[in-house]
Design a binder for this molecule. Sequence first.
Ligand code: AP5
Ligand code: MG
Length: 216
Amino acid sequence: MKILLLGPPGGGKGTQAKFLIDKLNIPQISTGDMLREHVKNQTNLGIKAKDYMNSGQLVPDQVILEMMKERLNSSDCKNGYILDGFPRTIPQAEGLNEIFLELNQSLDFVIVIEVNDNTIVERMGGRRVNPTSGRVYHIQYNPPKIEGIDDETGETLVTRSDDEENTVRRRLEVYHSETSPLIEYYQTENLVHKINGETDIHIVSESINKIINHNV
Ligand code: AP5
Ligand code: MG
């Protein structure tokens, strides 16, 4: 099964992807997590990506498409995957279609998590992440068992450098101008399912499960 999670920054894509990994036993492919790993390791790609990410801009399409072509060819992607944060522009969606043609694959679901901008800005200040796995928490809405510590690995949680309010607002602008046109793009292929992302994390998860269960 191939699922694309689409939605604004902080909309809950990463949170819901982790639930889907457990349910479907397929990998999450988060371009954001992959890029942060490159930045941490100071690879050539990471050096190119860092300033774009810290200022809330998108990394250029060509860089992302090269990275994803390699990733989607990996053996763990054979039985499906959850795309989180890619594609984010129409040229990326077109590039993904070319990769799909080569691999003889296609998307099954595009799930759009809808959350309004003010909720996002309010949420982001409380986000904490495990920098190794990308597992996501919220100090109020999804707290770890021990403050500041990952439930599963015991690693120290951090805040993301792009979660400062002005950067979040910039990311939201980029989402509305560059990424939201993808909803219409995939609507023409009849793949889009919209869900309300403003409810409790577990209710959002149930909404996603219903869509998947009713359509397989
Ligand atoms: P990326 O890491 O993909 O960031 P994003 O899309 O901005 O999304 P986030 O990861 O911030 O949010 P999320 O939707 O995963 O929400 P989460 O589950 O964490 O990208 C970062 C940067 O990398 C980009 O700005 C860009 O520069 C670059 N990049 C990445 N992909 C790219 C691409 N394809 N092309 C070009 N550039 C690219 O939830 C957020 C918080 O809310 C958490 O604290 C969570 O606990 C909480 N929460 C979640 N759901 C709920 C709920 N229902 N109720 C209450 N709280 C909730
Ligand atoms: Mg994320």
